[in-house]
Design a protein around this ligand. Structure first.
Ligand code: F6R
Length: 364
């Protein structure tokens, strides 16, 4: 545990190294491209793909939702993202121009495995993004990429989520550079990946600020997380982290849905964590915060370093460094992991082994 009281906290602090391990030997800066040995044997098929379906569960599903944006931005593929437990029961039209990408830390999740088996039966190429070397999903997919993140012991997934997001960028870059992505666009992603470990360390150095905020927010029985675009999935992940280890009821929502229902929950006892980033959704998020504040809802905003508005409208803010737009979720999820961790600590729950949960779900 290297002096950490819980594996979860250790694994959160491992993340600069996790990013380095995910990238090691996998990038050629001057060509703006990635090298993924595990996909090499199927590269001809991969180059001719038209559609990619991402299947996974839980936190790995949230990585898949962010993966959709990454692939849509860096490749010309059509992308679908599906919960593995739902994918299995669809009437699917799969052929050799479709690949199914399974994302799984353990490589043993029964629904994800069943989805891969179904995809293979129907003739699709199957690709794994797995952490545990030699696991069943790693063995049963046609090709794949490992996270190389070492074991993740805490039941709540943290460093593997970050690793998955890094590798989704590398995979998309590999395919995209055969399609329309330019050299400069490729170089920009790779340079941003190289800077990530230090940026993550900067966030970790401010953990005490999140501990302070958690002291206040853990007193509320409920918590809403909102974001837009890629940060909708970060909101889902922040809510999952908080609910699974602190047992605070938490929901993640696309901020654009607020007026379609959830805003009726808001009062002075129902806080919202709002995720802002420096992109086209920024003004709309500020608007969301103002609407929540107008109904007396406490708001804690996670925003970027140069933002001048959030501190004026939110009750509390935490700033993360700016990076390439496609990598921003990697930085914004880290304060949410720490926030969930500290809330759980104040509430005295069993952080590394939450009640009713297992690290890998091998039975339905
Ligand atoms: C949440 C969590 C789970 C897993 C899910 C999938 O913190 O850890 O939601 O992400 O059970 O597991 P893998 O990635 O092993 O297929």
């Amino acid at each position: 545990l290297k002096g950490f009281p819980h594996f979860m906290l250790k694994e959160i602090y491992d993340q600069p190294e996790t990013v380095r391990n995910a990238c090691r030997g996998r990038m050629i800066v001057s060509e703006g491209v990635s090298v993924l040995g595990g996909l090499q044997s199927k590269m001809e098929e991969i180059k001719n793909l038209r559609k990619l379906i991402i299947v996974s569960c839980g936190t790995s599903y949230h990585a898949g939702l962010i993966g959709r944006y990454i692939f849509e931005n860096l490749t010309d593929l059509n992308i679908e993202v599906e919960l593995a437990s739902e994918f299995r029961y669809r009437r699917l039209r799969l052929d050799e121009t479709t690949a199914v990408l399974a994302i799984s830390q353990s490589g043993e999740t029964i629904d994800t495995l069943a989805a891969i088996r179904e995809a293979r039966r129907k003739g699709a190429l199957t690709i794994g993004l797995v952490n545990v070397v030699g696991s069943t999903i790693a063995r049963e997919t046609d090709c794949g990429v490992y996270c190389h993140a070492g074991p993740e012991i805490g039941v709540a997934s943290t460093k593997i989520f970050v690793s998955q997001l890094v590798i989704l960028n590398l995979m998309a870059l590999l395919i995209g550079r055969y399609q329309s992505v330019s050299l400069n666009e490729g170089v920009a992603v790779i340079k941003a990946l190289q800077n990530l470990p230090d940026q993550i360390s900067d966030i970790l150095a401010q953990a005490s600020q999140l501990e302070e905020l958690a002291k206040t927010y853990q007193k509320y029985p409920n918590c809403l997380f909102i974001g837009r675009q890629m940060h909708t999935a970060v909101a889902l992940e922040g809510a999952l982290k908080l609910k699974e280890i602190s047992y605070i009821h938490a929901e993640g929502y696309a901020a654009g849905e607020m007026k379609h229902g959830p805003i009726s929950l808001i009062d002075e006892n129902f806080p919202t964590i709002a995720l802002l980033s420096n992109d086209a959704s920024y003004d709309k998020m500020i608007n969301n915060i103002q609407e929540i504040r107008a109904r007396s809802g406490p708001v804690f905003a996670i925003t970027y370093t140069g933002d001048a508005q959030a501190e004026k409208v939110a009750d509390d803010i935490f700033r993360v460094p700016e990076t390439h737009e496609l990598l921003q979720p990697i930085l914004s999820v880290i304060p949410l992991q720490l926030f969930a961790y500290y809330c759980a600590r104040f509430r005295g729950t069993e952080i590394d082994k939450p009640r009713n949960l297992a690290k890998s779900v091998t039975v339905e």
